[in-house]
Design a protein around this ligand. Sequence first.
Ligand SMILES: [Zn+2]
Length: 291
Amino acid sequence: MIYSDLHCDSISRCYEKGESLFDSKGHINYFKIRQLEKYKQCFALFVDDSKRGDTAFSYFKKLVKFYGNEIKKIQCENMTAVLTAENGACLGGDSDNVNFLAEKGIRMLTLTWNGENELASGCLSDNGGLKAFGKEVIRKMEKTDIFIDVSHLNEKSFYDVADYTASPLIASHSNCFSVLPVKRNLKDEQIKLIVERGGLIGLCFHAPFLTCEGSGSFEMIYRNIYRILSLGGEDAVCFGSDFDGGEPESVLGSLQRVKNLYAYLKGRGLQADILEKIFHKNAEKIFLSDS
Ligand SMILES: [Zn+2]
């Protein structure tokens, strides 16, 4: 089985905890990676909402450096790593820093986290959409081929972004609001728009966005897949686990357990060709220019 994943916070977690990704106590480490036949992972560098300006950009640069060192330690023939960034606050309020992201090989930027930043408003702020600075950043992202990640945006920002750009919209780690109505999940109309644009929706394992009483993670992943398929999203649905950032149930609490998820979904009747798309083929566009 090949597994591709649009979002994890393993680098940021290790940096904060002073651990190495090689033998990290978190969800992903070298030994867990070796248990998968083939594995492609977007490693997000996360800047929280409290950081702004030079403080945010300097912190971000430290994470980039840390990533460079750590990724060498876990490199193995079955893994491909791609660097991404979570929270446009990492730009420190200067759109020229988009070029820095491009130089470092960053393939995707999550425009906000939950709050408001210089670019737009996240899902926990009720007001405000995409700002003039956010538009400036999006234009530069388009020029430098950095994908736009709409996970965490509030609805106003989401639709502002969709109106402003014709680029594919990627929700790197978001589930369906119709399956579990929480602010971080996407409504059907948003999902349809992502599908129309040739974008991606990476299903997230973080239990508060996935599970509800009486239904475990595997069942709920199945329901999310079923919903997105019913909205025409056969080429859009994939995974964005949020490993090392979210809190998955123990059944999905470690990288190698995705094998059990695959077996479960197969047992529920999902065909092999659909599973192949969900587990790796759909996400391929993010990994195309990998090294
Ligand atoms: Zn996130």
